[in-house]
Design a protein around this ligand. Sequence first.
Ligand code: 18C
Length: 247
Amino acid sequence: AEVTRDEVELPPPAIDNRLTVHSLWPEIDRISTEQIQAAFEGVGGQIGWQLFAEEGDMRMYRREMEIDGMVMDPLKAMHKVHGVSAREMCHYFFNPRYRYEWETTLETMNIVEAISTDALVFHQTFKRIWPASQRDALFWSHVRAAPHHTYAVTNHSTTNADYPSNSGACIRLFVTVCLACRTAWPAGEAPSRDNITTSIAYCSTVNPGGWAPAGVLRAVYKREYPKFLKRFTNYVVEQCRDKPLVI
Ligand code: 18C
């Protein structure tokens, strides 16, 4: 049966059967597995990662990369949050009901396809940055559980005949994003809001899809990524206050 919006609740602990029979499943499974694995690999050992933002427990790294003059710098961010679980973090990141409350770059968001309780396809338009053209994106989004009290959301660009790229005012951009979260608490204790710590790894690669001035683009992401991660984390902490913990 088709999944209804109300069914999309807390991230399920196991993959929804409706996803595994969908034509996108092999791609969703492969990319999510790769992204989650890469998310928890450190940046220390690898060459080329430069720290560009640091505040409290948050660290943001980028690798400068240009292809045909277009900036595609991969980003990797690490953060820690106390008192909310990986499952709660991913719930608020995945579920479209909350997106306008924390996503400040958004102009419009539409659900193109509800595949299952753990996979949706979105069309989003973003605020325009002068002097570049406005951008839109079409991507699948999948939330899953992984070992060691881990939950992760992976977003990756896709295509849909009803949403052709570069047909209106917008230039289509391409994204691969992964928010991977892992919760830990002291051995021998029961998890509670007072003793859990969730490690966050957020990885993002955005291909602007067409010309955009490199300097403007780098200035925008240096401002917007830290703003997003702080705002989103604080948003989840606020939402979870006085609600029972879900691990
Ligand atoms: O991961 C995030 N959000 C998810 C849910 O929305 C989802 C979104 C991915 C899209 C990311 C691309 C956003 C591009 C926005 C461009 C316009 C920004 C306008 C800001 C001005 C107010 O996974 C959180 C995403 C946090 C995004 C931070 C900004 C990243 C900018 C990257 C460069 C984009 C190139 C745009 C080309 C035009 C620039 C001159």
